[in-house]
Ligand binder design. Structure first.
Ligand SMILES: [Zn+2]
Ligand SMILES: [Zn+2]
Length: 192
């Protein structure tokens, strides 16, 4: 937690610790997915994991938390709300919509510094990945599960034509700044 600003430390203090590191809200904990019916969205992916119990899998998203965070427009790392000007997003050139929700700058920095899997994935796609600040969080998109490009094997196994499983996607609205990920990480302190 060294090198973090006070506000970020405070935001992360409520997250469970694993091997000395705060585990982001969106990280999977021995998740076993199933589907449940959401009153507004229809069939969604769900999970019964208990935060802090078991072992976090930093390379995987918990789809229950993904839905919850997108729906409630929260930070994917600390799980808290955004104030004006605090929204940051990882964006690629490949799509306008993302499974991974927005983050506070300080929270995003923390996650990218501490998570080897995230760093690996980010560095592999660093050329096409940028960080953007935006003025408003989301238009939550409900894409019915019908595109094979979307989702994991586990999700595909849960879905069928009679039982489509939706994903909630989100995207930045009105970007205010956009920098390649590497450049943003170098200048990171300026955005916290
Ligand atoms: Zn889970
Ligand atoms: Zn946060």
């Amino acid at each position: 937690m060294t090198g973090l600003d006070a506000l970020t430390r405070k935001r992360l203090a409520g997250r469970p610790l694993y091997r000395g590191q705060r585990v982001p809200v969106i990280v999977a904990w021995n998740c076993r997915g199933f589907t449940s019916e959401h009153p507004e969205w229809g069939w969604i992916q769900d999970c019964e994991h208990v935060d802090g119990r078991g072992k976090p899998d930093f390379g995987q998203l918990c789809m229950r938390e993904q839905v919850r965070v997108v729906e409630n427009r929260l930070c994917q790392v600390c799980g808290q709300e955004f104030g004006p000007g605090e929204l940051m997003w990882l964006v690629g050139t490949f799509s306008a919509w993302f499974k991974e929700p927005a983050f506070h700058a300080g929270c995003g920095l923390y996650a990218m510094r501490m998570c080897p899997e995230l760093r690996r994935r980010r560095s592999e796609c660093a050329r096409s990945t940028s960080v953007t600040g935006c003025t408003s969080y989301i238009e939550a998109a409900t894409l019915r599960f019908q595109d094979e490009l979307l989702g994991t094997d586990q999700v595909r196994a849960l879905a069928s034509p009679e039982n489509p499983v939706i994903w909630l996607y989100a995207g930045p609205v009105e970007p205010t700044v956009q920098l390649p990920l590497g450049e943003w990480l170098e200048k990171a302190g300026e955005y916290v």
